[in-house]
Design a binder for this molecule. Sequence first.
Ligand code: FAD
Length: 408
Amino acid sequence: MNVQEARFRSSPVEKTSEQFILDRSSFPQRTAAVAAAAATEAEAVDRDARFPQAAIDAARQQKLLGAQIPQQFGGDGATIFDITDMCYTLGRACASTAMIFAMHQTKVACLVRHGAGSGWHETLMRRVASEQMLLASSTTEGQNGGNIRFSAAAVEHAGTEISLVRNATVISYGAQADGIVTIARRANDAAGSDQVLLAITKDNYTLEPSLEWETLGMRGTCSAGFELKFKGTAEQIFPEAYDKIHAQTMTPVAHLCWSSAWAGIAAAAVDRAQAFIRKAARGAGGQMPPGAAHFTAAKMALTKLRAVITANLDTYAAHEHDERALSSLDFQSSINLLKVEASELAVETVMSAMRACGLSGYRNDGDFSVGRHLRDVLSAPIMINNDRILTNIATASLMSAVPASLRD
Ligand SMILES: Cc1cc2nc3c(=O)[nH]c(=O)nc-3n(C[C@H](O)[C@H](O)[C@H](O)COP(=O)(O)OP(=O)(O)OC[C@H]3O[C@@H](n4cnc5c(N)ncnc54)[C@H](O)[C@@H]3O)c2cc1C
Protein backbone atom coordinates (compact mmCIF):
# COMPACT_ATOMS: atom_id res chain seq x y z
CA MET A 1 0.00 0.00 0.00
CA ASN A 2 1.55 3.33 -1.00
CA VAL A 3 1.26 6.57 0.97
CA GLN A 4 -1.60 7.78 -1.20
CA GLU A 5 -3.63 4.58 -0.67
CA ALA A 6 -2.93 4.72 3.04
CA ARG A 7 -4.23 8.27 3.18
CA PHE A 8 -7.44 7.35 1.38
CA ARG A 9 -7.98 4.25 3.51
CA SER A 10 -7.50 6.14 6.72
CA SER A 11 -9.98 8.84 5.70
CA PRO A 12 -13.51 8.37 7.00
CA VAL A 13 -16.15 7.44 4.44
CA GLU A 14 -19.28 9.41 5.22
CA LYS A 15 -22.55 7.53 5.38
CA THR A 16 -24.84 9.99 3.67
CA SER A 17 -27.11 10.00 0.66
CA GLU A 18 -24.40 11.94 -1.15
CA GLN A 19 -21.88 9.13 -0.75
CA PHE A 20 -20.25 9.88 -4.11
CA ILE A 21 -19.54 13.47 -3.13
CA LEU A 22 -18.28 12.89 0.36
CA ASP A 23 -16.22 9.76 -0.19
CA ARG A 24 -12.68 11.09 -0.64
CA SER A 25 -11.49 7.83 -2.14
CA SER A 26 -13.38 8.87 -5.28
CA PHE A 27 -10.96 11.76 -5.94
CA PRO A 28 -8.66 9.86 -8.35
CA GLN A 29 -11.56 8.72 -10.56
CA ARG A 30 -13.23 12.12 -10.47
CA THR A 31 -9.94 13.84 -11.32
CA ALA A 32 -9.31 11.34 -14.12
CA ALA A 33 -12.67 12.26 -15.65
CA VAL A 34 -11.71 15.95 -15.62
CA ALA A 35 -8.24 15.16 -17.01
CA ALA A 36 -9.81 13.19 -19.87
CA ALA A 37 -11.97 16.20 -20.79
CA ALA A 38 -8.94 18.50 -20.46
CA ALA A 39 -6.72 16.29 -22.67
CA THR A 40 -9.33 16.22 -25.44
CA GLU A 41 -9.33 19.98 -25.83
CA ALA A 42 -5.74 20.79 -24.77
CA GLU A 43 -4.43 21.42 -28.28
CA ALA A 44 -7.37 23.58 -29.33
CA VAL A 45 -7.21 25.52 -26.06
CA ASP A 46 -3.54 26.28 -26.74
CA ARG A 47 -3.95 27.02 -30.45
CA ASP A 48 -6.94 29.35 -30.01
CA ALA A 49 -5.89 30.75 -26.60
CA ARG A 50 -9.36 29.89 -25.35
CA PHE A 51 -10.67 29.01 -21.90
CA PRO A 52 -10.80 25.21 -21.30
CA GLN A 53 -14.56 25.22 -20.93
CA ALA A 54 -15.10 21.44 -21.26
CA ALA A 55 -12.49 20.74 -18.57
CA ILE A 56 -13.90 23.27 -16.12
CA ASP A 57 -17.45 22.03 -16.84
CA ALA A 58 -16.21 18.52 -16.02
CA ALA A 59 -14.59 19.81 -12.80
CA ARG A 60 -17.97 21.30 -11.86
CA GLN A 61 -19.77 18.09 -12.72
CA GLN A 62 -17.32 16.11 -10.58
CA LYS A 63 -17.74 18.69 -7.79
CA LEU A 64 -14.00 19.27 -7.66
CA LEU A 65 -14.17 23.07 -7.49
CA GLY A 66 -15.60 22.74 -3.97
CA ALA A 67 -13.56 19.69 -2.96
CA GLN A 68 -11.52 21.60 -0.39
CA ILE A 69 -14.52 23.15 1.35
CA PRO A 70 -15.09 21.45 4.73
CA GLN A 71 -17.92 18.93 4.80
CA GLN A 72 -19.89 21.09 7.27
CA PHE A 73 -20.15 23.70 4.49
CA GLY A 74 -21.05 21.20 1.78
CA GLY A 75 -17.63 20.24 0.35
CA ASP A 76 -15.46 17.14 0.59
CA GLY A 77 -12.87 18.45 3.04
CA ALA A 78 -10.05 17.63 0.63
CA THR A 79 -6.56 17.95 2.07
CA ILE A 80 -3.55 19.68 0.55
CA PHE A 81 -2.35 16.19 -0.51
CA ASP A 82 -5.61 15.59 -2.40
CA ILE A 83 -5.56 18.99 -4.09
CA THR A 84 -1.92 18.85 -5.20
CA ASP A 85 -2.46 15.35 -6.61
CA MET A 86 -5.33 16.78 -8.64
CA CYS A 87 -3.11 19.62 -9.92
CA TYR A 88 -0.46 17.08 -11.00
CA THR A 89 -2.97 14.86 -12.81
CA LEU A 90 -4.53 17.83 -14.60
CA GLY A 91 -1.08 19.18 -15.49
CA ARG A 92 -0.36 15.97 -17.38
CA ALA A 93 -3.46 16.59 -19.48
CA CYS A 94 -3.63 20.37 -20.02
CA ALA A 95 -1.37 22.94 -18.39
CA SER A 96 -3.90 25.77 -18.55
CA THR A 97 -6.61 23.68 -16.90
CA ALA A 98 -4.18 22.67 -14.16
CA MET A 99 -3.07 26.25 -13.54
CA ILE A 100 -6.66 27.54 -13.45
CA PHE A 101 -7.49 24.76 -10.99
CA ALA A 102 -4.38 25.52 -8.91
CA MET A 103 -5.15 29.25 -8.71
CA HIS A 104 -8.80 28.58 -7.84
CA GLN A 105 -7.83 26.13 -5.08
CA THR A 106 -5.37 28.65 -3.62
CA LYS A 107 -8.19 31.18 -3.27
CA VAL A 108 -10.46 28.52 -1.79
CA ALA A 109 -7.74 27.65 0.74
CA CYS A 110 -7.71 31.29 1.93
CA LEU A 111 -11.47 31.13 2.34
CA VAL A 112 -11.36 27.85 4.25
CA ARG A 113 -8.48 28.76 6.55
CA HIS A 114 -9.25 32.42 7.18
CA GLY A 115 -12.99 32.76 6.49
CA ALA A 116 -14.38 30.44 9.16
CA GLY A 117 -16.32 32.41 11.77
CA SER A 118 -17.16 35.20 9.32
CA GLY A 119 -20.77 34.93 8.15
CA TRP A 120 -20.10 36.34 4.69
CA HIS A 121 -17.17 34.05 3.99
CA GLU A 122 -18.97 30.99 5.35
CA THR A 123 -21.86 31.70 2.99
CA LEU A 124 -19.39 31.99 0.14
CA MET A 125 -17.85 28.64 1.11
CA ARG A 126 -21.32 27.06 0.92
CA ARG A 127 -21.85 28.70 -2.49
CA VAL A 128 -18.51 27.48 -3.84
CA ALA A 129 -19.51 23.94 -2.85
CA SER A 130 -23.13 24.05 -4.02
CA GLU A 131 -22.79 26.28 -7.11
CA GLN A 132 -19.24 25.14 -7.96
CA MET A 133 -18.18 28.78 -8.29
CA LEU A 134 -14.82 29.42 -9.97
CA LEU A 135 -12.64 31.95 -8.11
CA ALA A 136 -9.91 34.02 -9.78
CA SER A 137 -7.03 35.94 -8.25
CA SER A 138 -6.09 39.61 -8.47
CA THR A 139 -2.73 40.47 -6.96
CA THR A 140 -0.76 42.04 -9.83
CA GLU A 141 -1.46 45.76 -10.14
CA GLY A 142 -0.23 48.56 -12.41
CA GLN A 143 3.50 48.39 -13.07
CA ASN A 144 4.14 46.68 -9.75
CA GLY A 145 4.85 43.21 -11.21
CA GLY A 146 5.02 40.39 -8.71
CA ASN A 147 5.45 42.69 -5.69
CA ILE A 148 2.28 41.44 -4.06
CA ARG A 149 3.13 42.74 -0.59
CA PHE A 150 2.43 46.27 -1.82
CA SER A 151 -0.93 47.60 -3.03
CA ALA A 152 -1.75 50.92 -4.68
CA ALA A 153 -5.56 50.80 -4.83
CA ALA A 154 -7.26 51.35 -1.46
CA VAL A 155 -10.59 50.21 -0.07
CA GLU A 156 -12.93 53.23 0.19
CA HIS A 157 -15.19 53.11 3.23
CA ALA A 158 -18.65 54.74 3.49
CA GLY A 159 -20.26 53.34 6.65
CA THR A 160 -20.64 49.60 6.14
CA GLU A 161 -20.38 50.01 2.37
CA ILE A 162 -17.01 49.71 0.67
CA SER A 163 -15.70 50.11 -2.86
CA LEU A 164 -12.49 49.46 -4.76
CA VAL A 165 -11.16 50.46 -8.18
CA ARG A 166 -8.11 48.47 -9.18
CA ASN A 167 -5.84 48.51 -12.22
CA ALA A 168 -5.52 44.73 -12.40
CA THR A 169 -2.72 44.08 -14.88
CA VAL A 170 -3.42 40.34 -15.03
CA ILE A 171 -6.44 38.35 -13.94
CA SER A 172 -6.33 34.86 -15.40
CA TYR A 173 -9.82 33.69 -16.50
CA GLY A 174 -11.17 36.98 -15.12
CA ALA A 175 -13.93 36.99 -17.74
CA GLN A 176 -15.01 33.44 -16.87
CA ALA A 177 -14.75 33.55 -13.08
CA ASP A 178 -17.71 33.76 -10.71
CA GLY A 179 -15.73 35.60 -8.08
CA ILE A 180 -12.32 37.14 -7.36
CA VAL A 181 -10.11 37.15 -4.30
CA THR A 182 -8.13 40.39 -4.36
CA ILE A 183 -5.67 42.30 -2.25
CA ALA A 184 -6.00 46.04 -1.58
CA ARG A 185 -4.62 48.78 0.64
CA ARG A 186 -6.64 48.76 3.90
CA ALA A 187 -7.83 52.39 3.50
CA ASN A 188 -6.90 55.65 1.78
CA ASP A 189 -4.56 56.71 4.55
CA ALA A 190 -2.87 53.28 4.91
CA ALA A 191 0.64 52.40 3.77
CA GLY A 192 1.04 50.26 0.64
CA SER A 193 2.06 47.29 2.73
CA ASP A 194 -0.97 47.59 5.05
CA GLN A 195 -3.14 45.28 3.01
CA VAL A 196 -6.41 43.42 3.30
CA LEU A 197 -7.83 40.51 1.34
CA LEU A 198 -11.35 40.68 -0.08
CA ALA A 199 -13.60 38.02 -1.56
CA ILE A 200 -15.93 39.53 -4.13
CA THR A 201 -18.56 37.94 -6.35
CA LYS A 202 -19.65 38.66 -9.90
CA ASP A 203 -22.82 40.44 -8.80
CA ASN A 204 -20.83 43.18 -7.07
CA TYR A 205 -18.01 43.96 -9.50
CA THR A 206 -17.41 44.84 -13.13
CA LEU A 207 -14.34 44.10 -15.23
CA GLU A 208 -13.44 46.47 -18.06
CA PRO A 209 -10.81 44.88 -20.36
CA SER A 210 -7.68 47.05 -20.32
CA LEU A 211 -4.91 44.85 -21.70
CA GLU A 212 -4.92 41.91 -24.12
CA TRP A 213 -1.82 40.05 -25.22
CA GLU A 214 -0.71 37.03 -27.17
CA THR A 215 1.07 34.82 -24.67
CA LEU A 216 3.78 32.26 -25.36
CA GLY A 217 2.21 29.58 -23.19
CA MET A 218 -0.53 28.95 -20.64
CA ARG A 219 -2.73 30.41 -23.34
CA GLY A 220 -5.92 28.85 -22.00
CA THR A 221 -5.63 30.73 -18.72
CA CYS A 222 -6.80 33.79 -20.70
CA SER A 223 -4.60 36.04 -18.58
CA ALA A 224 -5.69 39.55 -19.54
CA GLY A 225 -5.71 42.96 -17.85
CA PHE A 226 -8.86 44.59 -16.48
CA GLU A 227 -10.04 47.63 -14.61
CA LEU A 228 -11.79 46.09 -11.62
CA LYS A 229 -14.62 48.13 -10.05
CA PHE A 230 -16.23 46.74 -6.94
CA LYS A 231 -18.98 47.92 -4.59
CA GLY A 232 -20.01 45.81 -1.63
CA THR A 233 -20.01 45.54 2.13
CA ALA A 234 -17.21 45.69 4.69
CA GLU A 235 -17.88 42.09 5.77
CA GLN A 236 -16.33 40.94 2.47
CA ILE A 237 -12.94 41.89 3.86
CA PHE A 238 -11.30 38.88 5.50
CA PRO A 239 -11.16 39.35 9.28
CA GLU A 240 -7.41 38.65 9.40
CA ALA A 241 -4.77 41.00 8.00
CA TYR A 242 -3.34 40.04 4.63
CA ASP A 243 0.26 39.66 5.82
CA LYS A 244 -0.85 36.72 7.97
CA ILE A 245 -2.96 35.12 5.23
CA HIS A 246 -0.12 35.65 2.77
CA ALA A 247 2.47 33.86 4.91
CA GLN A 248 0.30 31.08 6.30
CA THR A 249 -1.87 30.15 3.34
CA MET A 250 -1.61 32.13 0.12
CA THR A 251 2.11 31.56 -0.46
CA PRO A 252 2.37 27.94 0.76
CA VAL A 253 -0.75 26.72 -1.03
CA ALA A 254 0.01 28.66 -4.23
CA HIS A 255 3.56 27.35 -4.38
CA LEU A 256 2.52 23.76 -3.64
CA CYS A 257 -0.36 23.79 -6.14
CA TRP A 258 1.57 25.62 -8.90
CA SER A 259 4.57 23.32 -8.47
CA SER A 260 2.33 20.27 -8.72
CA ALA A 261 0.76 21.60 -11.91
CA TRP A 262 4.26 22.25 -13.37
CA ALA A 263 5.34 18.75 -12.32
CA GLY A 264 2.34 17.44 -14.25
CA ILE A 265 3.45 19.31 -17.38
CA ALA A 266 6.97 17.94 -16.92
CA ALA A 267 5.62 14.39 -16.48
CA ALA A 268 3.60 14.71 -19.70
CA ALA A 269 6.76 15.70 -21.57
CA VAL A 270 8.64 12.75 -20.03
CA ASP A 271 5.78 10.46 -21.16
CA ARG A 272 6.29 11.60 -24.73
CA ALA A 273 10.06 11.24 -24.53
CA GLN A 274 9.69 7.73 -23.15
CA ALA A 275 7.33 6.74 -25.97
CA PHE A 276 9.76 8.21 -28.49
CA ILE A 277 12.84 6.44 -27.11
CA ARG A 278 10.96 3.12 -26.90
CA LYS A 279 9.80 3.46 -30.50
CA ALA A 280 13.27 4.42 -31.71
CA ALA A 281 14.88 1.51 -29.79
CA ARG A 282 12.34 -0.95 -31.22
CA GLY A 283 13.02 0.37 -34.73
CA ALA A 284 16.77 -0.12 -34.24
CA GLY A 285 16.52 -3.72 -33.03
CA GLY A 286 16.91 -2.77 -29.37
CA GLN A 287 19.77 -0.32 -29.88
CA MET A 288 19.32 2.83 -27.79
CA PRO A 289 19.05 6.05 -29.82
CA PRO A 290 21.60 8.82 -29.09
CA GLY A 291 18.94 10.89 -27.28
CA ALA A 292 18.43 8.21 -24.60
CA ALA A 293 20.77 9.98 -22.18
CA HIS A 294 18.58 13.10 -22.38
CA PHE A 295 15.56 10.96 -21.51
CA THR A 296 17.37 9.66 -18.42
CA ALA A 297 18.23 13.26 -17.52
CA ALA A 298 14.54 14.20 -17.90
CA LYS A 299 13.50 11.37 -15.58
CA MET A 300 16.16 12.36 -13.07
CA ALA A 301 14.99 15.98 -13.05
CA LEU A 302 11.37 14.84 -12.64
CA THR A 303 12.38 12.69 -9.66
CA LYS A 304 14.08 15.69 -8.02
CA LEU A 305 11.05 17.85 -8.78
CA ARG A 306 8.64 15.40 -7.16
CA ALA A 307 10.95 15.02 -4.17
CA VAL A 308 11.19 18.75 -3.51
CA ILE A 309 7.40 19.12 -3.77
CA THR A 310 6.57 16.17 -1.52
CA ALA A 311 9.13 17.23 1.10
CA ASN A 312 7.53 20.67 1.29
CA LEU A 313 4.03 19.14 1.24
CA ASP A 314 4.85 16.98 4.25
CA THR A 315 6.31 19.93 6.14
CA TYR A 316 3.31 22.12 5.38
CA ALA A 317 0.78 19.41 6.27
CA ALA A 318 2.57 18.74 9.55
CA HIS A 319 2.36 22.40 10.59
CA GLU A 320 -0.64 23.78 8.71
CA HIS A 321 -2.45 24.83 11.91
CA ASP A 322 0.66 25.98 13.74
CA GLU A 323 0.97 29.74 13.19
CA ARG A 324 4.42 29.96 14.74
CA ALA A 325 5.88 27.18 12.64
CA LEU A 326 4.39 28.63 9.46
CA SER A 327 5.79 32.07 10.24
CA SER A 328 9.27 30.77 11.01
CA LEU A 329 12.19 31.89 8.91
CA ASP A 330 13.00 28.31 7.92
CA PHE A 331 9.51 27.47 6.71
CA GLN A 332 9.09 30.75 4.82
CA SER A 333 12.49 30.35 3.13
CA SER A 334 11.75 26.77 2.21
CA ILE A 335 8.28 27.41 0.79
CA ASN A 336 9.53 30.38 -1.24
CA LEU A 337 12.50 28.43 -2.53
CA LEU A 338 10.13 25.59 -3.48
CA LYS A 339 8.64 27.88 -6.12
CA VAL A 340 12.08 28.75 -7.50
CA GLU A 341 13.40 25.19 -7.45
CA ALA A 342 10.24 23.56 -8.81
CA SER A 343 9.90 26.04 -11.66
CA GLU A 344 13.55 25.62 -12.71
CA LEU A 345 13.38 21.82 -12.44
CA ALA A 346 10.15 21.70 -14.44
CA VAL A 347 11.76 23.70 -17.26
CA GLU A 348 14.88 21.49 -17.08
CA THR A 349 12.76 18.33 -17.31
CA VAL A 350 10.80 19.50 -20.33
CA MET A 351 13.99 20.74 -22.06
CA SER A 352 15.63 17.34 -21.57
CA ALA A 353 12.50 15.60 -22.88
CA MET A 354 12.61 17.83 -25.95
CA ARG A 355 16.26 16.99 -26.57
CA ALA A 356 15.54 13.28 -26.10
CA CYS A 357 12.94 13.47 -28.87
CA GLY A 358 15.06 15.64 -31.18
CA LEU A 359 13.22 16.75 -34.28
CA SER A 360 10.18 14.68 -33.30
CA GLY A 361 9.91 16.74 -30.14
CA TYR A 362 10.62 20.02 -31.87
CA ARG A 363 7.95 19.65 -34.56
CA ASN A 364 4.51 20.87 -33.53
CA ASP A 365 2.48 18.30 -35.40
CA GLY A 366 3.67 14.87 -34.28
CA ASP A 367 2.85 12.36 -31.55
CA PHE A 368 6.08 13.22 -29.71
CA SER A 369 6.02 17.02 -29.94
CA VAL A 370 6.80 18.81 -26.69
CA GLY A 371 6.52 22.38 -27.97
CA ARG A 372 3.29 23.10 -26.09
CA HIS A 373 4.70 21.71 -22.85
CA LEU A 374 7.84 23.80 -23.21
CA ARG A 375 5.91 27.01 -23.91
CA ASP A 376 3.56 26.34 -21.00
CA VAL A 377 6.28 25.49 -18.51
CA LEU A 378 8.31 28.61 -19.40
CA SER A 379 5.66 30.60 -17.52
CA ALA A 380 6.82 28.96 -14.28
CA PRO A 381 9.99 30.97 -13.54
CA ILE A 382 8.24 34.29 -14.28
CA MET A 383 4.98 33.66 -12.43
CA ILE A 384 6.16 35.76 -9.47
CA ASN A 385 9.61 36.15 -10.89
CA ASN A 386 12.29 33.85 -9.49
CA ASP A 387 14.75 36.77 -9.48
CA ARG A 388 12.41 38.74 -7.23
CA ILE A 389 12.00 35.80 -4.83
CA LEU A 390 15.73 35.11 -4.69
CA THR A 391 16.50 38.78 -3.99
CA ASN A 392 13.84 39.00 -1.29
CA ILE A 393 15.08 35.87 0.41
CA ALA A 394 18.77 36.74 0.44
CA THR A 395 18.83 38.18 3.99
CA ALA A 396 16.79 35.32 5.46
CA SER A 397 19.08 32.78 3.80
CA LEU A 398 22.07 34.47 5.34
CA MET A 399 20.50 34.39 8.80
CA SER A 400 19.48 30.73 8.85
CA ALA A 401 22.09 28.22 9.98
CA VAL A 402 23.71 25.68 7.70
CA PRO A 403 22.20 22.28 8.66
CA ALA A 404 24.39 20.17 10.94
CA SER A 405 22.83 16.88 9.87
CA LEU A 406 20.87 15.46 6.96
CA ARG A 407 17.48 15.46 8.62
CA ASP A 408 17.24 18.45 10.97
C1 FAD B 1 0.53 32.26 -16.54
C2 FAD B 1 0.42 33.42 -15.61
C3 FAD B 1 -0.78 33.65 -14.98
C4 FAD B 1 -0.91 34.73 -14.11
N1 FAD B 1 -2.13 34.95 -13.51
C5 FAD B 1 -2.27 35.98 -12.65
C6 FAD B 1 -3.53 36.21 -12.01
O1 FAD B 1 -4.50 35.48 -12.20
N2 FAD B 1 -3.62 37.28 -11.17
C7 FAD B 1 -2.57 38.10 -10.92
O2 FAD B 1 -2.74 39.02 -10.15
N3 FAD B 1 -1.39 37.92 -11.52
C8 FAD B 1 -1.20 36.88 -12.39
N4 FAD B 1 0.01 36.68 -13.00
C9 FAD B 1 1.10 37.64 -12.78
C10 FAD B 1 2.08 37.17 -11.71
O3 FAD B 1 1.40 37.05 -10.49
C11 FAD B 1 3.25 38.16 -11.55
O4 FAD B 1 2.76 39.43 -11.27
C12 FAD B 1 4.04 38.26 -12.77
O5 FAD B 1 4.38 36.98 -13.26
C13 FAD B 1 5.29 39.06 -12.53
O6 FAD B 1 5.89 39.21 -13.78
P1 FAD B 1 7.22 40.04 -14.08
O7 FAD B 1 8.34 39.08 -14.11
O8 FAD B 1 7.04 40.85 -15.30
O9 FAD B 1 7.28 41.10 -12.95
P2 FAD B 1 8.35 41.45 -11.90
O10 FAD B 1 8.27 40.53 -10.76
O11 FAD B 1 8.14 42.86 -11.57
O12 FAD B 1 9.72 41.31 -12.66
C14 FAD B 1 10.09 42.13 -13.78
C15 FAD B 1 11.55 41.97 -14.08
O13 FAD B 1 12.29 42.53 -13.01
C16 FAD B 1 13.14 41.57 -12.45
N5 FAD B 1 13.04 41.73 -10.99
C17 FAD B 1 11.93 42.03 -10.28
N6 FAD B 1 12.24 42.17 -8.99
C18 FAD B 1 13.54 41.93 -8.88
C19 FAD B 1 14.42 41.94 -7.79
N7 FAD B 1 14.02 42.21 -6.54
N8 FAD B 1 15.73 41.64 -8.03
C20 FAD B 1 16.16 41.34 -9.27
N9 FAD B 1 15.37 41.36 -10.34
C21 FAD B 1 14.07 41.65 -10.15
C22 FAD B 1 12.65 40.21 -12.92
O14 FAD B 1 13.73 39.33 -13.12
C23 FAD B 1 12.01 40.54 -14.24
O15 FAD B 1 12.95 40.46 -15.26
C24 FAD B 1 0.19 35.60 -13.87
C25 FAD B 1 1.42 35.34 -14.51
C26 FAD B 1 1.54 34.28 -15.36
C27 FAD B 1 2.87 34.02 -16.02
